[in-house]
Design a protein around this ligand. Structure first.
Ligand SMILES: Nc1nc2c(c(=O)[nH]1)N[C@@H](CN(C=O)c1ccc(C(=O)N[C@@H](CCC(=O)O)C(=O)O)cc1)CN2
Length: 369
């Protein structure tokens, strides 16, 4: 189901949809140019988090100073959590670790990506994943299959990567063509190489007390990394996740809960989303509705992580459209303590976390610390 795209922050409705897995949508309405308020850049404050094997609730190695904390008075415009900058730092840290591993034991982490069909956005993501691997020294393997491939063909390639010792991570780019059953395909990825964290066993382990998954899905993991590195305290805080998709909303809620937040999930059937969201110290918006979350949904000083990537018309942009989040940035940044922009917030963290998962996998398989 496609989301509605709105021209400004005044007309969004909460609609059920599969975030980030939607076919490319032509932008329908024009975005009124919104001037962001003056911003202070929140510099990533925490050093290397990697590896943080199997534990999502460990405290940050170092946090931002209290002046950098997101739970400050909201008289000032929100600090901008710069996901592009944090992702760059993470990639640099990964490159160091990849080189250290190669020097020490001669192993180079390997990531296999399977793309079915010729969606432009998926091709771009796969190309960017390949480039990101190259930049940090991870070996990448790619399989491109035609749109009309059968499930069996895809599973055959997965099985071959499962048994290939030079491959430590396997992912199938989503969305898959309509005739394919996602579940059958995701189930075929060996859980110890499931760097997307989409295998039901990995998701199940994420949901259980006292168990940990082999991998955490990249986008929610990126949200948590941004919170940690920005010095946002999670333990004991109220968190609201807007959206309940399998790849973002649901795992994000589980991760916040593992980190000892008190979590509510707001979805299309929630009666009073504004009121519930207004109680949250931390909001993760992952519903795929442009500008849904207005300034008056936000508790002063709250930390806002905006996962939405929604195209809206913009004739002045070379692409003819621009990307906006699920949160009305113009309004929210006047109330929040810290906020991620779109683009340049959570998006770049997705690929950085994929690299982190691939490195983590290679280290685990080769028992390298
Ligand atoms: N197998 C998977 N499929 C998909 C995933 C995933 O994690 N695993 N997530 C998304 C697509 N995705 C990576 O695959 C992805 C989406 C967005 C970005 C990103 O950096 N966005 C930029 C904006 C990019 C632009 O200008 O167009 C941003 O937000 O700043 C990276 C990766 C669905 N499929």
């Amino acid at each position: 189901m496609a989301s509605s795209i709105f021209s400004d922050c005044s007309s969004a409705r909460l609609l059920p949809l599969r975030l980030a897995l939607l076919p490319p949508r032509p932008p329908r309405l024009r975005l009124c140019p919104a001037l962001p308020p003056p911003m202070r850049l929140l510099v990533a404050a925490r050093p290397l988090l990697l590896p943080r094997p199997h534990r999502m609730d460990s405290p940050p190695a170092a946090t931002a100073s209290s002046a950098d904390s997101a739970t400050v008075s909201a008289d000032m415009p929100a600090k901008v959590i710069d996901g592009k900058l944090v992702a760059k730092q993470v990639r640099e840290e990964i490159a160091v670790e990849v080189a250290r591993m190669k020097d020490a034991i001669g192993v180079v982490p390997g990531l296999a990506v399977i793309l079915v069909g010729s969606r432009k956005d998926s091709q771009t993501y796969v190309r960017n994943k390949k480039k990101a691997c190259e930049a940090v020294g991870i070996q990448s393997f790619e399989v491109n299959l035609p749109e009309d491939s059968s499930e069996e063909e895809v599973i055959k390639h997965i099985a071959s990567f499962n048994s290939d010792p030079s491959v430590h991570g396997i992912l199938v780019q989503l969305p898959l063509p309509r005739h394919m059953n996602d579940e059958n395909i995701l189930n075929a990825v060996g859980i110890e190489k499931d760097v997307d964290g989409f295998h039901p066993l990995n998701i199940g382990r994420l949901a259980m007390q006292g168990r940990d998954p082999f991998f955490v899905p990249c986008t929610p993991k990126g949200c948590m990394e941004l919170l940690h590195r920005s010095g946002v305290e999670i333990k004991g805080k109220r968190a609201v996740v807007i959206g309940r998709s399998n790849i973002v909303g649901m795992p994000a809620a589980l991760l916040l809960q593992k980190a000892n937040a008190t979590v509510s999930i707001v979805h299309s059937q929630t009666k009073n989303p504004e009121e519930i969201t207004r109680q949250a110290d931390i909001v993760i918006a992952a519903v795929g509705v442009a500008n849904l979350v207005r300034g008056n949904w936000i508790k002063p000083g709250a930390a806002i992580i905006d996962v939405g990537i929604n195209p809206v018309d913009d004739p002045e942009s070379p692409r003819g459209y621009r990307l906006v989040g699920d949160v009305c940035y113009e309004e929210a940044s006047k109330v929040a303590g810290a906020i991620t922009p779109v683009p340049g917030g959570v998006g770049p963290m997705t690929i950085a976390m994929l690299l982190a998962n691939t490195l983590e996998s290679a280290k685990r398989i080769h028992n390298f610390n």
